[in-house]
Write a protein that binds this ligand. Structure first.
Ligand code: GLY
Length: 427
């Protein structure tokens, strides 16, 4: 099969690397891709948010058999619907199901209606009413812009002043554009054992009839060590989550995953693709922090290397609604991804810095995100630039290996966290 993956980042490079292992795959394409994807796929320089341009490209390339739409924004505008209307086979939810990520107000209403455990919340379109609610509830409190905001639309406010400022930023100053036309205001969940909370990402394959959780992973969203600094797209991940148990998985399957799949079916919004459950272990059980309609980034970079089953086989089974027939298997051991970012990220940063990558030890891989080739040289081309991914017999072994490999990568003003894989150590 010839397969086109849509997206530019580390997640897409990791998906392509997993597909490359499949005997079913002939040629890979990536729209638009990066310097890493170009090593294993043909990069296509078409803006995937321009549906007409994508359709023209697809019309001109009937040799492409299968499409993987990886990022949230093309899913939210219905790129899968458009490709399916052209008779193409795809992995990724249709627009009416991608709303589970594209509207926080929708997902909170869904959870309320179907009794899926989550934090208490209210949704507002009116600034004054939202302000009164925030003042009545006090801090800490969480503000979420309703729409997609490049992962930046969630503000965890420790003081009432921060909450009032955040509310103004989202609703009046429109810091995230129309994503802030509505706002979800949530209670701040507390973790069972760790402060401020213990989050786990559980990505799941689903065809709308069956839901199969992947190996668990944990993200590090803040820019600096000790979970300090600004929120980012993710500075590193590790898998599996140390506090995850068979009992938790059973609880989550029964109270969250199957009810969510059924709820989407009941709403006439069958979800087919990768449904991402951002969960928190609280003293009142597992609760949903957020849903995403896609593979996580950088979770994918540590999850897919642990997959033993052929990813292409799983993708096709999801498309054909026969996921129940597939035995999805995972390796033992652990995987850690340390994200190497441009200094200044997530605020302003320089691009075009020359990257050097020395020899890498065994069981280490480099996943590209914001990279490009200019004048024959590998250069930085984004905030998150590379992910150094290592596998080991446990998280400690994998993290030591990843950090030893990081020593061999360099560019001017490279920034990375030194504590990826340390949290939740005692489970
Ligand atoms: N790592 C968080 C996300 O993919 O949204």
């Amino acid at each position: 099969m010839n397969v086109l993956v849509i997206g530019n980042g580390g997640r897409e490079h990791a998906i392509l690397k997993a597909l490359k292992k499949s005997p079913k795959v002939n040629k890979l394409y990536c729209m638009k891709g990066n310097a890493g994807t170009a090593e294993i796929a043909e990069n296509i320089n078409v803006d995937y948010m321009n549906i007409e341009a994508v359709k023209n490209y697809v019309n001109d390339h009937p040799e492409i058999d299968y499409f993987v739409v990886a990022p949230d924004d093309p899913l939210a505008i219905g790129l899968v619907d458009e490709l399916e209307a052209m008779g193409k086979r795809c992995f990724g939810p249709r627009k009416n199901a991608a709303i589970i990520e594209a509207s926080k107000a929708f997902s909170k209403a869904l959870m309320k209606k179907y009794n899926i455990p989550t934090s208490e919340s209210e949704t507002f379109e009116d600034y004054e009413k939202a302000l009164s609610y925030v003042r009545a509830k006090g801090a800490p409190i969480v503000l979420k812009a309703d729409g997609l905001a490049l992962g930046k639309g969630v503000l965890i406010c420790q003081t009432l002043k921060q909450a009032e400022e955040g509310l103004k930023e989202i609703m009046l100053d429109k810091a995230f554009g129309s994503a802030g036309n509505k706002i979800v205001i949530e209670e701040c969940m507390q973790g069972l054992k760790y402060t401020p909370g213990e989050e786990v990402s559980v990505l799941a394959f689903t065809d709308g009839k069956t839901i199969v959780p992947m190996i668990t992973s944990c993200d590090h969203k803040r820019a600096n060590d000790g979970d300090k600094g600004l929120n980012t797209g993710g500075m590193g991940t590790f898998s599996p989550c140390p506090f995850w148990t068979k009992e938790l998985e059973d609880e989550v399957m029964q109270t969250i995953m199957i009810p969510t799949m059924n709820a989407m079916n009941a709403e006439g919004r069958t979800f087919k693709g990768c449904l991402y459950f951002g969960l928190m272990r609280t003293n009142k059980g597992m609760k949903v922090v957020e849903y995403n309609s896609r593979f996580g980034d950088p979770e994918t970079q540590v999850v897919l290397p642990m997959l033993k089953t052929d990813l292409m086989e799983i993708f096709e089974a999801v498309t054909d609604e026969r996921l129940a027939d597939i035995n999805v298997e995972w390796e033992n051991g652990a995987c850690v991804c340390v994200v190497l970012a441009s200094g200044g990220y997530p605020l302003s940063y320089a691009k075009g810095k020359e990257i050097t990558i020395g020899e890498l030890p065994e069981n280490v891989d480099v996943v590209h995100a914001g990279t490009a080739v200019k004048n024959g040289k590998l250069v930085t081309n984004g905030g998150r630039v590379l992910g150094v991914v290592a596998k080991g017999k446990n998280i400690e072994a994998a993290r030591r290996l990843a950090y030893s490999a990081v020593e061999n990568v360099n560019w001017e003003n490279m920034h990375y966290r030194k504590d990826i894989g340390v949290k939740y150590r005692e489970g």
